[in-house]
Write a protein that binds this ligand. Structure first.
Ligand code: SF4
Ligand code: SF4
Length: 316
């Protein structure tokens, strides 16, 4: 495909696809479909406008490295903050230009084609992750399947080339993208499955945003003295993680899983936990002392009132 876009059903997706354009058939990796996108199609680049492309951490890293700009510059110039589908987790989507077109599309096609976002690689295939929570008698069920998006303007479906979904994934580099995004996707899905009742603190949301969108800032954070003081990691381990973007990206997923969901990936130093417990205990003791003092004062005031009342009664 010279350019692409659209629907990858779960949170990577984000294209407001009209449901009537989704073929109502569950597809597997071995399902076959006909499709070819090339500069000769009459609709060439028609799909690169009026779209909603959420970027994964790996998408951001890959594109901004190709553009040779910092994560911060990339975010400011090309993205807008959004909430990831059906969660309160913050992420970013690509800004469209004044004509509603992707900033990376030209008449010749996608200018970042080898580094295009995961969502663009999937199109016209979508992937759905279906989770059914287990009740007392039911087991929790997870199912993944594919589906085809067939929009009227897209002429690629009229071409002769036939693929299995497995072949399409390899051809479009989807396997690699999904592998790089996998643990992050799992975090988002996990958050989604909790629903809005379970609250995430504002600092945790900010951390999620920073780690998911700006690896430069996350690297600074990991190298800061406060991080070393708090987490049970040696300096050389931190340097190994920070030395290369991909290992830092993978570490950011582990870090977020551990801070958001308490997984055992990264341990807080024992002395920090001890200090935190001691601090909480001290706070509790102070509150108990204050409560006792208040109680003592109230009691004294009550006794004084009772005494004054008794005096008044005697004088009558
Ligand atoms: S990133 Fe490329 S393929 Fe995706 S919408 Fe933009 S121009 Fe099209
Ligand atoms: S064939 Fe489909 S994917 Fe290719 S440019 Fe046309 S609308 Fe986009």
């Amino acid at each position: 495909m010279a350019s692409s876009s659209k629907d990858n059903k779960d949170f990577v997706s984000n294209i407001d696809t009209n449901p009537s354009n989704i073929e109502p058939q569950k597809l597997t990796l071995d399902s076959r479909f006909r499709f070819r996108c090339h500069p000769g199609v009459s609709c060439f680049t028609a799909c690169c406008g009026n779209i909603n492309i959420i970027l994964t951490p790996y998408d951001i890293l890959r594109i901004r490295r190709f553009l040779e700009i910092s994560a911060e510059e990339f975010l400011l110039r090309f993205t807008t903050p959004v909430y990831l589908e059906k969660t309160d987790l913050p992420g970013v989507k690509i800004n469209l230009d004044e004509n509603g077109r992707c900033p990376f599309v030209t008449e010749e096609g996608c200018t970042i084609y080898p580094y295009r976002p995961t969502t663009c690689r999937y199109y016209p295939i979508g992937m759905a992750n279906f989770h059914e929570a287990g009740g007392e008698e039911k087991e929790t069920r997870a199912e993944q399947f594919y589906f085809k998006v067939k929009e009227p303007h897209c002429k690629g479906h009229e071409e002769d080339k036939e693929w299995t979904i497995r072949e399409w994934r390899v051809d479009q580099g989807i396997d690699e993208s999904d592998e790089m995004n996998r643990e992050w996707m799992e975090l988002v899905m996990r958050r989604k499955s909790f629903g809005f009742q379970a609250q995430i603190s504002e600092p945790a949301k900010k951390m999620f945003f920073m780690a998911s969108t700006d690896l430069d800032k996350f690297r600074e954070f990991v190298r800061s003295p406060g991080f070393l003081d708090t987490y049970d990691m040696e300096e050389d381990e931190i340097e190994r993680v920070c030395a290369d973007d991909i290992s830092l990206l993978k570490f950011s997923y582990r870090y977020l899983a551990s801070t958001l969901f308490g997984t055992e990936g990264i341990k807080v130093r024992a002395e920090k936990i001890k200090a935190k417990v001691a601090e909480m205990k001290k706070k509790q003791e102070e509150m108990e002392k204050r409560a006792e003092e208040t109680h003592r004062q109230l009691k004294a005031e009550y006794e004084a009132m009772k005494k004054a009342e008794a005096e008044r009664m005697k004088e009558r």
